[in-house]
Design a protein. Sequence first.
Length: 456
Amino acid sequence: MKEFSESDVRNIEDIIERKDEAEAAEQLKDLHPADIAELFQSLDTDQAEYLFEQLDEEKAADVLMELDEDERLKIISEMPAEEIAKQIDHLDTDDAVDLIQQLDEEEREEILAHIDDVEQAGDIIDLLKYDEDTAGGLMGKEMIVVNENWSMPECIKQMRLQAEDMDEIYYVYVVDNDYRLRGTLPLKMMLTHPSVSKIKHVMEADPVSVKVDTPIDEVALDFEKYDLVAMPVTDSIGRLLGRITVDDVMDEVRESSERDYQLASGISSDVDADDSVLAQTKARIPWLLVGIASGLLASAILGTFESQLQMVTALALFIPIIGGTGGNVGVQASAIVVQGLANGTLDIKNFARQLGKEILVGLLNATVISSVVLVYNLITMPSELAVTLSVSCSLFIVVMFATILGTVVPLTLEKLHINPALATGPFIQISNDIVGLIIYVQISTCFLRAMTDIPI
């Protein structure tokens, strides 16, 4: 991995300014496509486009796929359809689909019309039909496929023909006469059984596979569970449609993690540090406005508590503890559930069992927290018994409520097919703040009426 210093970038910028095409091509010649993509991030769009024009078609295609989506779109939006079609000729079908999906319908059709390889264009059209969040949207068509009834010599001959246009070969897939997946053919078998009568006698049967409509998160779990580098994709009756490679899965996992992290942080849409001020503001402002609204609501709730606060000022000291503890407990509970849903250790079918477990955890946490605060207040303010009991009882109930809310919300969102990461962000924090204040106000009012002469 090459690291670009400021002097390296300035040197490249000087070459671009001088329009020295030969020197620009020389500078890029030995760089990996990922390094070139990183270099583009240090340049403005016009400079990146100039360097891109100095690359040969194959390397340019690889660089395109290394760029993030926004940078890639900036470059291809300035390219004619014929040029994009030339880049696609050097891409695997899954990468070609990723590129074309960023364009509108009219642009897609124009590009596909300029692809010389009719079979490749047909494969891309087929893949565009699948939901991008499923195995079908992630798979590619490049793979070596042999028939279970072929002899080993015939198999090797066909493999050579199929491998000519492939960059990487992960597995050799074995199908029957109806193209249903039957197994895989290990390289060792080719070496140790060179004259076997039929492939089906030496293949490894029943390989791990996924259906074409399997969600991407389940695909990722299977890759991790079985330590795979590629996985075949089949239709509902077992016919082989394509394959997914581990690098595509890792890209999806990374993007999903970034989206979940931003969602949990209260950012409503996918943004990067180099996005425009307007784009970042639009992504951040919705939850900030919700936070302001909740703050105003909290002020209104405290307004109903004003007389109590004026007469017993000690009550105000514990408002931050009530809100903060509830928010922390809720985020912890929801984080455990969201993590379990993401890594497959928690099944939505076990809703009741998980809720029961979290309630037990909540009981223990609530008991410890309220007891610690009770002892502290008895020592530091022994004359304010009503306040002491109000705070401890409120904390106990708030912790229990936050635990239940933090468990139920992400499980419910998952059941409704909404990203449960939403439950680890401002939603839980704000809900617990408001409810926590209401609980504190009501319990404090009850204790003050019962244990003091203060008119409430």
